[in-house]
Design a protein around this ligand. Sequence first.
Ligand SMILES: [Zn+2]
Ligand SMILES: [Zn+2]
Length: 435
Amino acid sequence: MAQEGGKVTRVDNDIRVARLEDMAGEERKGEQELMQFKKIVTRSPISEALPPMVEYSVESSEQASALDEDSADRLWLVVRNLKDAEDRKVDYQIKKFDILKLGRVKFRVKDFKCAAMAQTPEELYEQELKEAKPVITSHDQLQEEENRSSSMTPACRFCWGTESTEEDPCIVPCKCSGSVGFIHFRCLSNWLGTKLQRKESEDLVSMFWKTFECEICKQAYPYLFKTKSQRVYKLVDITLPSAAREAGHYIVMESLPFEKNSSRFIHVMGFSERKTQFSMGRGHESEVRVSDISVSRCHAKIKYDPNGIYIEDNNSKFGTIVLMKDPLVLAKHHTYSFQIGRTVLSFTVRDHYDPRTHYMQRIAQFKELIDKLPESYRGSSDEASGGGSSDEMESVKAGESGDEGGEMEEIENTQDEGQDPNQEAEDEQMDVEYQ
Ligand SMILES: [Zn+2]
Ligand SMILES: [Zn+2]
């Protein structure tokens, strides 16, 4: 396997796209690596004589991936700009544990099932294990204390019971330390159950908790946790909407709270022959309501297909984006654009005749474009390149949105009840406006 490619870096507000060979030896001061694009050539395992497989992938840099989801250096895929080889819009195929952002509201895909699942139960378990938060049990604590010869079995702070079993371990699910932190998995799950408000229709179950946190340390509880025995525990039972029970096809999405707000929403959308899509948005016509001014009235659609569950952006004002957690292999001639902070970059894998000159031309053209159109946003508009055998991945700096104040004014008129416009205007997350 051979590799070549390039990367995207940033120094202050200056974003640079370059091939690895062009940037060799010149590192700029304070340079942050944001993303990488790679050409991956895999030789045929059968014969050297067969043509190798060539793929292109894009991924967030290791540095940026380690940052918080809200960091401006994280890489997001822009759903609206996904295009196929004929330049038609393509919906994004949702993966488990994806983080989607509608306007500034984040959703985590907690689970889904469609007819043709690409994953085996083992793979699903591995994935859950990766996502689950590790917790200690009273048994673990006891063993540790025995080594220090001061052992007393910690009791559950709800029922005072001291037993801890594989089925119902006594755990510390929050930041509370010492013996006060222990609680039975079932005691916790039952307690959260009493705080749950449910709304149910034939196709949709919405669950709401005003708080989903420890009352003492205020730490939000995870939904999945794991003990040392590598068993995964789910704090919330998911019941499917009645119309979806037979086929068993559904998606579970959790809306992630803003800071200083520990409320939780979980939506279970059930698919049936009659019901194959759901609309999400701020308007009453949307089935999954999201009350935030950054969300359009009918913002996005969740669509069921036997091969997968997809999201389509419905020309929303602030867009629908997906956090890039894993490398993304780019299909040839398809267009993908990524958002980093306020910058949007587009990538298209195309056939090519002279990689180097073509590439330099592109960079020059798009530098020009950015200067001319500082606030608007464009996909790439490339002519088809001539024949030849080599491929080239183009990277295009498509646009940056500048000013933050203006866009807030435009949506103030359509604001929903109970929002504080001043507070919203201070929010710096909502930088890119899609037109
Ligand atoms: Zn208990
Ligand atoms: Zn606590």
